[in-house]
Ligand binder design. Structure first.
Ligand SMILES: Cc1cc2nc3c(=O)[nH]c(=O)nc-3n(C[C@H](O)[C@H](O)[C@H](O)COP(=O)(O)OP(=O)(O)OC[C@H]3O[C@@H](n4cnc5c(N)ncnc54)[C@H](O)[C@@H]3O)c2cc1C
Length: 412
């Protein structure tokens, strides 16, 4: 048999888009994936009739690469409502997003999330980023941290602690908001102009849809790559493969020791799923916990947003809880106490369905960028790099990096 011209290592969204780009150019790549399914960080389990994503995440419909590659209608996406419920130590209130729901302007102005000045500044900032291109959101803002940007913009401590820290801390998977302001501006733009959604069949439906479009790619699951030289891929079983070009669509430092340190560290998170026998009504809003004594950062009632996350006819609610830090097993009881307090559910309402400790959620990068020339994805002669760590920690970046790596490889 003729050796494949192109090999893709890793079947996350970056690898799947790389394969799709190679197919579009008339090739039949081989995709090697260590796990038992494609998807990487986008996986969903079925537990007791519930769909549980491995870590709470949302799909932003405004991401440029999502618009390019995903069929949102076929995914049957269901929308979160813009805005949030905020829980402080003493108060529970709703913060409506006046940019997305102008009818809620009055409610928004009165909300104790921040001062009136804060809300005016937030609206101004929203309009500002809407006028910028995604590239412009990044340009010149990759060194300043999000928190410094917010202080410099004049936001008060009240809105930082009650809104920005829990909301963006959840998205960046870090509470200090040290993520570059470039990312903050880009994500704010995505929220201002599009929706946060969940696919009806869980987050894994995204890679499944992408894999379903591959007609000529040979996907080899359960196939871990152990080593890679310029044109030879060595698998865990010792066998080797050669190719015209190889796209590494996974964290490359394990294969190339000289790349150690590209990803400074990985941000981890803990996500717990609870079934509540009592129905919890949150109007499809995310709940932000702005209470420093709580273990919880955000929680939401998933089946309100996407009813297909629980079996038809099943009563009660499916609650996803994201924590501020990874707790030890003993403090799980504290999480439950905190959830009961914030949700005001009765004591016996909750049953823990599953806990996910995700060690590698997002890469911590020295620099973030929106894009680069396809040729810049070349590592050495025939090896090209893809994966969110190449640009910034997001689904959008992962998809773009896969396309650019394939375009670079096609020039070999
Ligand atoms: C809890 C959580 C929340 C998130 N929230 C959001 C969000 O709200 N919005 C957003 O935009 N992004 C979010 N992300 C990030 C987003 O999921 C990732 O940016 C994206 O999925 C990364 O895709 P990837 O293809 O670059 O990498 P991965 O998905 O990590 O894929 C890499 C693949 O390579 C395989 N692999 C690794 N080593 C080998 C080897 N040696 N041989 C063969 N195969 C190998 C792995 O098994 C994996 O399938 C979140 C991530 C997590 C975990």
């Amino acid at each position: 048999m003729e050796p494949p011209k192109f090999i893709v290592i890793g079947g996350g969204v970056a690898g799947l888009i790389a394969a799709q780009t190679l197919e579009a150019a008339g090739h039949a790549p081989v995709l090697l994936e260590a796990a038992d399914a494609v998807g990487g960080r986008l996986r969903t389990d079925e537990v007791d009739g519930f769909r549980l994503d491995r870590g709470f995440q949302v799909l932003l419909t405004q991401y440029p690469e999502v618009k390019r590659y995903l069929d949102l209608r076929a995914l049957g996406v269901e929308k979160f409502r813009p805005g949030a419920h905020v829980h402080t130590r003493q108060q529970h209130f709703r913060f409506a997003d006046p940019l997305r729901e102008p009818a809620q302007l009055f409610r928004s102005a009165l909300s104790p999330v921040g001062t009136l000045q804060d809300k005016i500044r937030l609206a101004q900032l929203g309009f500002k980023v809407m006028r910028l291109t995604p590239e412009e959101c990044f340009t010149g803002f990759d060194e300043q941290s999000t928190i410094d940007y917010l202080w410099e913009y004049g936001f008060s401590e009240q809105i930082v602690e009650r809104f920005f820290r829990p909301f963006f801390g959840g998205i960046f998977v870090e509470q200090k908001l040290l993520t570059p302001a470039a990312m903050f501006r880009f994500i704010l733009k995505m929220f201002a102009q599009g929706d946060a959604v969940l696919p009806a069949e869980g987050i894994e439906a995204i890679p499944k849809q992408l894999a379903g479009k591959l007609a000529r790619t040979e996907i080899r699951l359960g196939t871990r790559v152990r080593a890679l030289t310029d044109d030879t891929v060595t698998l865990d079983d010792g066998s080797t493969l050669e190719a015209r070009a190889v796209i590494v669509a996974c964290a490359p430092d394990a294969l190339f020791p000289q790349l150690a340190g590209t990803v400074r560290a990985w941000r981890s998170t803990t996500n717990l799923y609870y079934y509540s026998t009592r129905r919890l009504k949150e109007n499809r809003l995310i709940n932000l916990v702005a209470d420093p004594t709580s273990t919880i950062n955000t929680f939401c009632v998933l089946d309100e947003v996407a009813p297909t996350y629980k079996q038809q006819g099943q009563g009660g609610s499916l609650i996803s809880v994201s924590l501020k830090a990874c707790p030890d097993t003993d403090s799980i009881a504290q999480v439950e106490q905190d959830l009961l307090r914030h949700s005001r559910l009765p004591n016996d309402a909750l049953r823990l369905l599953k806990r996910y400790d995700i060690e590698h959620a997002l890469p911590e990068l020295d620099a973030v960028s929106y894009s680069y020339q396809a040729t810049q994805s070349r590592l050495i002669d025939r090896v090209f790099l893809a994966g969110d760590q190449q640009l910034n920690g997001s689904l959008d970046a992962a998809m773009r990096s896969g396309r650019l790596a394939a375009e670079g490889a096609l020039r070999t």
